[in-house]
Design a protein around this ligand. Sequence first.
Ligand code: F6R
Length: 614
Amino acid sequence: MCGIVGYTGNKSAIDILLNGLTKLEYRGYDSSGVAVEINGQVEMYKAEGKLQNLKDVIEPVKTEVVRSTIGIGHIRWATHGAPTTINAHPHSCNCGRLVIVHNGIIENFKELKEELEAQGCVFKSQTDTETVAHLIAREFSKVKNLTEAVRIAARRIEGAYALCVIHQDVKDTIVATKRNAPLLVGIGENEYYVASDVPAIIDYTKKTVYLDDNQIVTLTPNSIKLINEYSVELPLKIETLPWEPVSLSKMGYKHYMLKEIHEQPGIIRNLLSGKIVGLDNPLNLSEVKIDKETLKHLNRVQIVACGTSLHAAMIGKYILEDFCGIAVDVEPSSEYIYRKTVTDENTLVIGVSQSGETADTITAIKQSKKKGSHILIVTNRPDSTMAREADSLISVCAGIEVSVAATKSYMAQLISFYMLAIYMAEIKNSTDKDLLIKLKKELIKLPEKTEEILSQENTVKLCARKYANAKNFVYIARGINNATALEGALKLKEISYINATGYPAGELKHGPIAMLDETLPVLSIMMKGKVYDKILSNSEEAKARNARMIALTNSTDEKLKDLFDDIIRVPDTDEYLSPILAIIPLQLLAYYIAEFLGKDVDQPRNLAKSVTVE
Ligand code: F6R
């Protein structure tokens, strides 16, 4: 939530800042701003709404602005204060010489604000961030050293922050610090970058230093100095980013979401490679660092996650319980952290997160770590805060996901759960060996089967056109695909704003069936297996209430045509693996409905990709 970027070097800063903000747009897009130094003066430009509005504000003064070689920028997802120009970052102290950009929430801003107002500071915005600008300026007026001022001020701040600060009197210098929010420095030739996330700097450099909490970095074009909160200088841990800039482009697709949906077959292939080596051999998952004896005697598994990752976790629960006979709880992180959970050293706690930066999941993980649980993190970002908390780390390797609606990372999380469940079942010897062999055989065939689904996307597109004007949508399923119904509904509502709900089909008659009429599409996820006949009769019940019926199925039964208005077919697979195939048409359906309705597919309203506030 909120993205920050900074540059000091020998090139013009403005294009680097604007390009960085464009790449960070997934973190928020309700307002934006930059501050640059022109002729020894700090100048700020801000705009409400999309980043293009900021570009339009800068355009008339571009010839002046391009001369600056230092600057900081921000893209906002509002927490404190409406998304207006005045609340857009950067924020400055009263004299306007010190400016800051901030990602996070300052929890004690009210107390600090009262204290600063009593000392004569005048606040212009309703943000928590402005407090920090005044606080650092007050310290700077005493110590006359920007790094020291930031260090002292940071000790007064409670909450989460990643901050970048510049001061008109401290030429070419950016000071940055963080606590519980991500921040990294990019190293170039006589130039440094600072950003909330990799996409903002990957076009320029792959050499990075990730800041740890409470560290303070001071950057000039020719120097970098890292200190801790006690002013002790620290060595730099320089890492090389494993991504290529091209992987962050749309590669000819109209939207990132469509490109990311199409990347899924390759992702499955990559994830499985080297893991299934001979069907009779145990699956190789060396990422799991729990010793095998401890693993055999675990009491329980708890999985914490949010949103789409939570849906992947539900499927994880289903297969872990079925294959390993171990009790698994799945809970939204935001609930888990506010109750007394039964968690101990015999509990395996799994945190699932695309970004690895979701604040609630980080808190849940930290709480269970304190209770002695082994922490397994399943994330798409091995460079994230959550990954750094892991005892075991499964990096799902889907590549950076840019579209706000998660698709390929969900697929990668699912595959990771299948690998984990098979790995644990083999160690515990808790399930029929033939079933595990059959599943491994089937897993290997999935990349081809997902390709087959994508090659028939036109069928889904036609269906999307037909149902795009529905005001409500119901997805029903049973068994392992209940989570698929929830995920399909979430995809549709988040990008098209159609009210979509997923229900276990057996629950329909306990209330939701009252909503059904000829205006309401009901999409039945009907995968062959032990609950196929049950969902078939639930679909009959819906049809009898005149609902518009759509089937998503791997059955070739011709009689389905009597019951359903439209049928989307997927290739056959084992029922356990069917969520992997079933989700792809649902992602496409949501995409094409939103696209048909002219919605902003990659940046749906009110959302941000990385939810770094609780
Ligand atoms: C939905 C979506 C969100 C995220 C949720 C958790 O498409 O992307 O629901 O799944 O905000 O984010 P991560 O997985 O980064 O913890």
